[in-house]
Design a protein around this ligand. Structure first.
Ligand SMILES: [Zn+2]
Length: 251
């Protein structure tokens, strides 16, 4: 679908970029992106994608807004406490950009529903806060050959990577999730206010670059950001040929 007059005005600053142009903006409009998790990361990811004009955004979350979310989850207000995250997010996002189709999936993502949900989208954004969901996302993206835009936050630190598709997967990096007794639950970990906004925006940036095919994405690379000391590091994530998910499965 081509851009109409209104869209040409709205996305003027995108159209000025030769890497986006009208062709790229049409691609953004015709794309379908799933955001798993509507919390600290999911809010900025969804807001950036909505403003940028992604035609269809899916949101998966089964939670309600808690007062302790308001310190960093940018889509919610005091009046939303106790309300469904995805339904509230949908209202806010529609107010930002009424042309964007927001699909709410008010459910917990697991191995029984992931394939059916992911099939309807082009790119999957991991905006979750637990290993169970991350491994379901990674395995399902490998199975369906879809890009997996990974983001994680912890205290003052964040990570972003592009996995899935033809590239490495989460199991290439870490074959199995840590054992339950080695994990501190997300609700028991502090997060500095602005950190999820930074990481979520970087994830959205990677999604948009994948859609328009511009520049060099974080495919096969992970960025580590220490925002307490404001340093950035990068490591390569090689595709592991014997990976149990995306390789021959001999490890
Ligand atoms: Zn792998």
């Amino acid at each position: 679908m081509a851009l109409n007059k209104k869209e040409q005005q709205r996305y003027k600053r995108h159209l000025m970029l030769p890497q986006v142009d009208e062709t790229g903006q049409e691609k953004i409009k015709n794309s379908r992106v799933l955001v798993v998790g509507a919390g600290g990361l999911g809010c900025p990811v969804a807001m950036q994608l909505c403003c940028a004009g992604v035609g269809t955004i899916g949101l998966v979350d089964f939670d309600v807004v808690d007062v302790s979310n308001l310190q960093r989850q940018l889509l919610y207000t005091e009046a939303d406490v106790g309300k469904s995250k995805v339904q509230t997010a949908r209202q806010r996002l529609k107010a930002m950009n009424s042309e964007v189709n927001i699909i709410c999936i008010e459910d917990k993502l697991d191995r029984t529903n992931a394939t059916e949900i992911f099939e309807k989208f082009d790119i999957i954004v991991d905006a979750t806060d637990n290993f169970d969901a991350r491994y379901v996302i990674s395995d399902t993206c490998v199975k369906l050959g879809k890009p997996h835009v990974y983001g994680a936050i912890y205290e003052f630190y964040g990570q972003v990577a592009v996995l899935g598709g033809e590239g490495p997967c989460l199991r290439c990096l870490q074959p199995q999730p840590p054992k339950k007794d080695e994990i501190v639950e997300a609700k028991d970990v502090g997060v500095f206010g602005a950190i999820p906004g930074v990481i979520g925006s970087l994830q959205a940036c990677e999604v948009l670059k994948i859609i328009i095919g511009a520049g060099k994405t974080l495919k096969g690379r992970m960025i580590f950001i220490d925002m307490l000391n404001m340093t950035f590091d990068e490591v390569e994530i090689p595709k592991y040929p014997k990976c149990i998910s995306c390789g021959k499965g001999e490890n």
